[in-house]
Design a binder for this molecule. Structure first.
Ligand code: ATP
Length: 270
């Protein structure tokens, strides 16, 4: 069961250069996660505890998972991902057991980065959680916090969590020694969008006429994930037209398509 719930990647392929427009966030993640992993001795000599957990928050598809994978790659750490929703289990003690398994696996594979996506599934304010198994969810969260408390003797394990619903979080998990590093990962601005478009067209055969700066201007409100799918769609339009070079008109068609998909999904959970 543990293999199903967790995604384990011994060496994720994402590097910092694959991430567009999140310089400040990358710097902060490196400081909070990479430094303590690579220079544990220095922290010991200075006599401070490294940040316990890092919480990435922001809209879906903005690069939170990428950041966590990149830092795992860069530190040669095993990347272990678990969705918060997977930790919400039917039977008493099952969620807590998964948390223990998660940390056990990390200890076997250290250095390791544990990435918990949708942490809100187990760490929502009690008044706002609609699940009937409230006490059980609370217990799972307590197990997670207690595993984190044991960090000092746990060696080279770091924990990163992510949420799209920062406002829903129980503030108790943000206390010092818990998720005490908050990093906001926002939707990209114009420059970020241009960088993201550049990254996702690196391997693409673009016609001279394609000006990514222009398309960055035309895509206000697009997330990184939407920009990635935009470039793929543009390529698909070229293929449908029997061409091997992607033109400006393909981007135009692709923007319409991605925007239409976005409208379709309004109101439905992501
Ligand atoms: P969620 O909250 O839905 O889990 P997320 O913030 O973790 O989303 P990612 O999984 O990191 O988002 O991004 C999804 C995909 O979108 C990436 O695999 C990548 O192709 C693209 N993407 C998102 N953000 C960026 C970015 N800043 N730079 C480059 N590509 C990006």
């Amino acid at each position: 069961a543990r293999a199903q719930a967790m995604e384990v990647d011994a060496s994720p392929e994402v590097v910092y250069d694959d991430i567009g427009g999140l310089e400040e966030q990358t710097r902060e993640v490196r400081e909070a996660v990479e430094e303590p992993l690579l220079n544990a001795e220095q922290f010991r000599e200075v006599g401070i505890d490294p940040p316990s957990g890092v919480l990435l928050h922001g809209p879906p598809g903005t690069g939170k998972t990428m950041l966590a994978k990149a830092v795992a790659n860069e530190t040669d750490a095993t990347f272990i991902k678990m969705a918060g929703s997977e930790l919400v289990q039917k039977f008493i003690g099952e969620g807590a057991k998964l948390v223990r398994d998660l940390f056990e696996l990390a200890a076997e594979r250290e250095p390791a980065i544990i990435f918990i996506d949708e942490i809100d599934a187990i760490a929502a304010k009690r008044t706002e959680s609609k699940t009937s198994g409230d006490a059980e969810v609370q217990r799972t969260m307590m197990q997670l916090l207690s595993e984190m408390d044991g960090f000092e003797d746990r060696g080279e394990i770091r924990i990163i969590a992510a949420t799209n619903r920062f406002d829903m979080l129980d503030r108790a998990i943000l206390r010092p020694g818990r998720f005490d590093r908050l990093i906001e990962v926002p939707e990209p601005g114009p420059e970020g969008r241009e960088q993201i478009l550049e990254i996702h067209t690196r391997e693409m055969n673009l016609a001279e006429s394609v000006d990514l700066d222009d398309w960055a201007g035309e895509t206000a409100g697009f997330t990184g994930a939407e920009l990635a799918s935009l470039t793929t769609e543009a390529g698909m339009f070229a293929i449908r037209d029997g061409r091997t070079a992607v033109r400006s008109e393909d981007f135009e068609d692709a923007i319409e398509k991605v925007e239409a998909e976005d409208e379709d999904s309004v109101g439905t959970p992501v």
